[in-house]
Design a protein around this ligand. Structure first.
Ligand SMILES: Nc1ncnc2c1ncn2[C@@H]1O[C@H](COP(=O)(O)OP(=O)(O)OP(=O)(O)O)[C@@H](O)[C@H]1O
Length: 236
C-alpha cells in the first residue's frame, strides 16, 4: 500500500494551561479532499498550524508521503510540497493580482501563475491592486496563491469564509475541479457544512482537541455524537 499523502501521529499542543490538541492521529489518502469540522475552539486552526510547521507541536510526528517532516519549519515544509492558506486573506493589498501570483510562483520555482489566473477567473483583474477587487475575487486569489506550484498537499483554513452561499458553493466546485486535475490532496477546514458535504470524500470531526469521529459525509451526518456536539439542525 502506498504511504498516506499526509500522516500525523499523536499531535499535541498546549497554550499555557489549555490543551488545544490532545494526541491527534490523521491519515490523508493521496488525492482525497478531507473535511475538518468541529465547534469553535475545537483545535482546527491549531491542527493546521502544527501540520504546516507554523506552530510547534508539543508531541507527535508528521509525515508527508512517508517523509518525516516533524523537524522542518514552514518554508521547508512548503518546499517539500505542503502548502497552506490562512483564515484571513493572505494577500498584499496594494500589489496587483497578477504580480502576487507571479511572486508566489517564483518563490516555489513554478510557472503556473498565468494558468491559475485563467482558471480562477482572475485574468481580467491581473493589473488591478488586490484591495480594489471584490471580496469574492480576493478569496479566489487566496485559493490561486495556495494552489501555485502546485503543492502535493494543501491545508485550507476556511477558504469560503464571508462568501454568500452561492459563492461558497461555486468556490468549492472550483477547488474540487482544480485539486483533482492536479492530484492535490486537500485538508479543508470549513464551517459551511454545505461546502464540506458537497466536496469532501471523508470528514474528520474535532472536539476539545481530540478526534470525535471520522467517516463519509453520510456517516458524519448521522453520527449521534457529531450531531450533539456540532451539527444540530445542519444535519437534517
Ligand atoms: N494564541 C493562542 N493563545 C492561547 N490560546 C489559544 C491560542 N490559539 C488558540 N487558543 C485556544 O486553543 C483552543 C483551540 O483553538 P483553535 O483556534 O485551534 O480552534 P478552532 O477549532 O480553529 O476554532 P474556530 O472554529 O473558532 O476557528 C481554544 O481553546 C483556543 O481558545
Amino acid at each position: 500500500m502506498s504511504a498516506p499523502a499526509l500522516s500525523a501521529r499523536g499531535l499535541a499542543r498546549h497554550y499555557g494551561g489549555v490543551a488545544a490538541l490532545r494526541g491527534v492521529d490523521l491519515d490523508l489518502a493521496p488525492g482525497e479532499i478531507r473535511g475538518l469540522i468541529g465547534p469553535n475552539g475545537a483545535g482546527k486552526s491549531t491542527l493546521v498550524d502544527v501540520l504546516s510547521g507554523r506552530a510547534p507541536g508539543s508531541a507527535g510526528s508528521v509525515r508527508l508521503f512517508g517523509q518525516d517532516i516533524t523537524g522542518l519549519g514552514p518554508a521547508a515544509r512548503r518546499h517539500a510540497g505542503l502548502a497552506r492558506s490562512f483564515q484571513r486573506t493572505s494577500i498584499f493589498p496594494a500589489l496587483p493580482v497578477g504580480a502576487q501570483l507571479e511572486l508566489a510562483a517564483r518563490r516555489v520555482g513554478a510557472t503556473d501563475a498565468p494558468r491559475l489566473l485563467e482558471e480562477l477567473d482572475l485574468a481580467r483583474l491581473a493589473a488591478v491592486p488586490a484591495q480594489e477587487t471584490a471580496y469574492g475575487d480576493q478569496r479566489r486569489l487566496d485559493l490561486a496563491l495556495a494552489l501555485v506550484g502546485p503543492p502535493r498537499v494543501l491545508l485550507l483554513d476556511e477558504p469560503a469564509a464571508g462568501l454568500t452561499a452561492e459563492e461558497s458553493l461555486a468556490l468549492a466546485d472550483r477547488l474540487r475541479e482544480l485539486a483533482r486535475a492536479r492530484g492535490v490532496t486537500v485538508l479543508l477546514v470549513e464551517h459551511d457544512m454545505e461546502v464540506v458535504f458537497r466536496i469532501c470524500e471523508r470528514i474528520t470531526v474535532l472536539e476539545l482537541g481530540a478526534i470525535l469521529a471520522e467517516g463519509t459525509p453520510q456517516e458524519i451526518r448521522r453520527h449521534p455524537e457529531v450531531v450533539r456536539a456540532y451539527l444540530g439542525s445542519a444535519a437534517a
